[in-house]
Design a protein around this ligand. Sequence first.
Ligand SMILES: *Cc1c(COP(=O)(O)O)cnc(C)c1O
Length: 387
Amino acid sequence: MQLSSRATSLTPSLSLSIDSKAKAMKSEGIDVCTFAAGEPDFDTPEHIKAAAIAALESGFTKYTPSSGIPELRQAISEKLHRDNGINYKPNQIVVSTGAKHSCYNAILATCQPGDEVIIPSPYWLSYPEMVRLAGAEPVFVQTKEENAWKLTREEFENAMTPRTKMIIINSPNNPTGAVYTRGELEALGAVAAEEEILILADEIYEKLVYDENVHVSMASLGQEYYDLTITVNGFSKAYAMTGWRLGYLAAPEPVAKAIDSIQSHVTSNPCSFAQKGGLAALQGDQQTVIDMRDEFDMRRQYMVERFSKIQNVSIVRPGGAFYVLANISKLGLTSQNFADRLLSKANVTVVPGIAFGDDRTIRFSYATSLDVIKKGMDRFEDFCRTL
Ligand SMILES: *Cc1c(COP(=O)(O)O)cnc(C)c1O
């Protein structure tokens, strides 16, 4: 059967292949320390599960409006006002099957063949493929370690062409942990506003910020920013709900309407009872979010401390999310080679940076217990000494 060029041009996820290798080793009884996780290692809080169970038991098992149940869109509207300082009416909000789906919907509704989408690198590995699926072209801009892996105004300007349609800004960032300040976002947003370039603001890690960092939403910076921004967020990271497949975006009304149209033909609504869980997440006690954040922060500080003592490996202290990006280029291996050898020689999994567009780095996730982190960092340190 002849596959479409759309399908054959996709790159399979590297992080998943590492994961399956690690699982195979584990099933052979090998003690593998994994830093490859892309999801919180916590369980979904009980009150959220209870709300979904109650919804199921009451028969809330039918189709809902494609863009989500009104009470959830209302709660998201209130959340975006309260937490992010942005005013979106419920009809500007589309709930989807994960923030990933929201990103894809946003790109599909706005980008087409001939358009370029600027993606700061290292990047979350799904962005380029989503852009390609929309028939548009990703344009990568390498950010610098000395700039804490953050895109500068000049770098953005230099990457711009008459075909630039959109820029994707992910703060807090996966894989770098970078958190953009208000001033940095204002500078980038001003460039976008001048040229009327759309901004996809992926804010899925907003609740996971540390030290003096604060999360700032692009759309909150002023009307000219708001008019160009599609704000994406969801439940997976803040509420440990990755398997529920629930996320959302908020956008100017015509954009939200177009996205709802697309979604209504492709997936219809997100899972009905998952939406009730999402509602409970937003309306319930937020202490679980703070507790998870504090646990991540403790692990992060431990990791940073360990990296500070490892020769020839550099990191930028991550300000958010749950990743540490380590520059291993001084050790003389490609990221894939490094990750393969680290797994076979030291039983430690990481994701090679090549998956994020940066072959000098490897990504450590600290969404795993402190015991595993300690043991894994001991092994990593020993491994680096052998190179
Ligand atoms: C995890 C993640 C998402 C998507 O999460 P969903 O589970 O689809 O809600 C989006 N963007 C980034 C950068 C992520 O790491």
